[in-house]
Design a protein around this ligand. Structure first.
Ligand code: AMP
Length: 396
């Protein structure tokens, strides 16, 4: 299920209609000030389109974890302020979510008006996907637009439940995620290369299983590589290892072999004698790491081999850093791979979370075809799982 073929805002007549628009305004706020407004800016395309079409908009989002209680530390008021600045028009704020203020203001909206509800998670019913809460939310509107990819893997009232009561379409942000990632999975330009890294194999089992059926090459880096290397009989010293996943690692490598998928592990590693900045640093073959030392980054030979594989790719999907990139001594592998992907000319898709942060931090963001706006959601998408927030949308 990739969601290709779901209705978008352009497939429905929104003029004069009240649209409940689920956005991802879960932005970092410090002392009432937004420190990174990227997510708000990413929602603008859909909001501007709906306004230009003469729709009445009720925007809604969660922010942080207020645990089902009203807590003004998590109020969306700073988002209202920023939206006003970015849209250069008024944005009305409701002081509640489904209470009398929201309902009165929703009923008074005129064509082109925009209002913002308070934090959805002020109600515990939101995360429980409570049908009565979803019905109340839906009751204020005539059309549901989901544009929050970052929460599309959650079946909450505002991401899935409301679609039981309203025609449901996606906004431009979700449409872009579906189109780029869905096409990569269903009909990729080949060779299709997946790069998987990060700390743990256990987090990526589903992704490896699913991608092993689709890709031509699987490149493994990060802490998860050492479980595979140990499973092949290598000595990995004190590197990260999930002992209970050794058999599974063998099975995954066998599956790759059966499917004719090249399965690349780092030939060498940059190793440290302690998991901290300023530790002693050396290079070693990844299967001959001395006792007490741990693999913290892929080495030069691995970088060269991985770069060669990436250079010839038609599509690259990347999720998870190649090493402990937060420490400068162990950031080179991730940086080199980011550069190789950026320069490959391939369709390049970066999963959200750490790999997206790494690409942005290293200055390669604008060279990638697509950086997913959802960490958990993009991982589940790559696992081939059905995302409730996308499944709930109407088919074309
Ligand atoms: P994940 O959330 O699974 O994508 O993992 C990202 C985290 O994995 C980052 O914080 C990295 O520092 C960490 N990481 C990457 N490579 C290693 C490694 N070789 N040893 C320990 N941690 C690692």
């Amino acid at each position: 299920m990739t969601g290709l073929g779901k209705k978008t805002v352009e497939d429905i007549d929104v003029k004069g209609k009240t649209c409940l628009v689920r956005c991802d305004f879960n932005v970092p706020v410090k002392d009432g000030v937004i420190t990174d407004d990227k997510r708000i800016r990413e929602a603008l395309k859909t909001i501007k389109y709906l306004k230009a079409q003469g729709a009445k908009q009720i925007l809604c989002s969660h922010m942080g974890r207020p645990k089902g209680e009203v807590n003004m530390k998590y109020s969306l008021q700073p988002v209202q302020k920023r939206l006003r600045e970015l849209l250069d028009c008024d944005v009305i704020m409701a002081s509640d979510v489904i209470g009398p203020d929201a309902k009165a203001k929703a009923a008074a909206l005129k064509d082109g008006d925009i209002m913002l509800l308070e934090n959805l998670r002020f109600h515990k019913e939101e995360e429980k996907n409570d049908p009565d809460f979803a019905k109340e939310l839906a009751g204020m509107a005539e059309i549901y637009v989901n544009d929050a990819f970052g929460t599309a893997h959650r079946a909450h009232a505002s991401t899935a439940g409301v679609a039981d009561y309203l025609p449901a379409v996606c906004g431009y942000l979700i449409q872009k995620e579906i189109e780029i990632m869905g096409t990569a999975l269903e009909n990729p330009k080949r060779p299709f290369v997946a790069i998987l890294g990060g700390a743990k194999v256990s987090d990526k089992i589903g992704v490896i299983e699913n991608l092993a059926d689709k890709v031509d090459t699987l490149i493994i880096g990060g802490g998860m590589a050492y479980t595979f290397i140990k499973a092949k009989g290598g000595r990995i010293g004190a590197s990260l290892c999930e002992e209970d996943k050794l058999e599974l690692a063998v099975r995954l490598m066998e599956k790759a072999r059966e499917k004719n998928v090249k399965f690349l592990l780092p030939a060498d590693s940059v190793i440290g004698d302690e998991f901290k900045e300023g530790c002693k640093v050396r290079t070693a073959d990844s299967d001959k790491i001395p006792d007490g030392w741990m693999g913290m980054d892929i080495g030069e030979r691995a970088v060269r081999e991985y770069t060669r594989a990436i250079k010839g790719a038609g599509t690259v999907v990347w999720n998870g850093p190649m090493g402990v990139f937060e420490m400068p001594d162990f950031a080179r592998g991730t940086k080199a791979i980011a550069k190789a992907v950026a320069e490959s000319g391939a369709i390049s898709i970066i999963g959200g979370g750490d790999s997206a942060a790494a690409v942005e931090q290293l200055g390669f963001a604008d060279k990638m075809t697509h950086i997913s706006t959802g960490g958990g959601a993009s991982l589940e998408f790559l696992e081939g799982l059905e995302l409730p927030g996308i499944a709930a949308l109407n088919d074309k």
